[in-house]
Design a protein around this ligand. Sequence first.
Ligand code: AMP
Ligand code: ZN
Length: 455
Amino acid sequence: MQTVKLYNQISKSVEDFQPIDPEDVKIYTCGPTVYSYPHIGNFTSYIYWDLLIRTLTLNGYRVNRVLNMTDVGHLASDADDGEDKLEKGAKREGKTVWEIADKYIKAFMDDFHALKLTEPTKIARATDYIEQDERLVDLLTEKGYTYETSDGIYFDTSKFADYAKFANLDLDQMRAGARVKFNEEKKNVSDFAVWKFVKPGEDHAMQWDYLGRPGYPGWHLECSTIIESELGTPIDIHTGGIDHIPVHHTNEIAQSEAAYEKKLANYWLHCDFITIDGEKISKSLGNTYTLEDLKERGFDALDFKMWVLQGHYRGRRNFSFEDLAAAQTRRLNWRNRIAKTLYQDIADNSSKAAFDKDKALGFVSDNLNSSELLALIDNSAMEVSDWEFVDQLLGLELIASTPDISEEQKKILAEHHDARAAKDFETSDKLRDALAIDNIAVLDTPEKAYWEYSK
Ligand code: AMP
Ligand code: ZN
């Protein structure tokens, strides 16, 4: 076991991780809004958190992790108005909001599995927690944190003393910056809805009766109630994207800590965004690539995972197909090293130093520094047990994605070698081409023909 170091948004510094209970390390990850196909930007974050889970597990901790699915009316912007994303998806596809949620939860999980991400202990759907949401609003109201307006119940952020602290918010500037009076009834610019009323005549498919009228939860609520119901506060680690810091996580902290009078989470980790060819990911630029799009261009989901692991979660990264191709080559190279060591009895890079598992775990334990670990793998002599360890740590399924060739292919390889030795090049070329169709490349030596994967 090594000391795990993590950057914590609370202290804005790297800290030694100290769990509340090493046998039950509680982690919560803000999940996707399930209204369209997730793109590779969304999955970047889940790949980083997979590395976090694996790092903690290999350090001997037992992880208990919840991931939510935002399947409830959730507004298209951080403000409390705007279009509901699920309603928008339903209109677009002529389906109900429930069908939209089911369809895109399945799409998300299919990609999640293709990326070999560690299965969470629990996947929680927001719509299963509406009663708990209502109880949270009750509690906040009892404790004097809310006020009612014509369109909902709002959290009064001026009553939560540390509201600005987590994100270093400049509330004065926010006040001055609020040029458009978006909601005259709000007491403070940072106040947010914990419950919204369905307006008379409004077409809102998801609605629940609460306080004698139809309504639906404010969009930050689900994370607070799911955490309290499934894990109990305080939890150890809460993760999300940097876009969550100023609004979503700030509001989660305010409502949870005000209601339950306990700290919400001890460590908060946020990952930065990826750009594509230097541009933001957006529909209008046509660069909202999905894993399926990458597959159509000849890339495996695990090539993308390799690309993500080459960088750091706190860095702004730029994605390009050139760089993805380089990651694919690296993965192929590793697989071929496995093919030699595991099936052909060829020692790996015997001139290099032996792979050091402690050093490897030390890199990722140091605030998830996977790029150093990847360089260590490039530059060490690896044995099969080392690759097994790397598979546990990175979840790239390197061994599983490198099967041995079949008996039939072995026979062709031997025949190719014999034909070559007999200088029957026509036959030996034909046999080599037959293997090439199966993406197997032949490496001739005077004694024996070896093989490796060509893709
Ligand atoms: P959404 O389902 O649209 O709420 O997105 C879920 C999360 O995906 C966002 O809150 C971000 O944390 C993350 N995300 C979206 N775009 C990117 C990106 N380009 N790079 C990294 N993460 C992203
Ligand atoms: Zn959340």
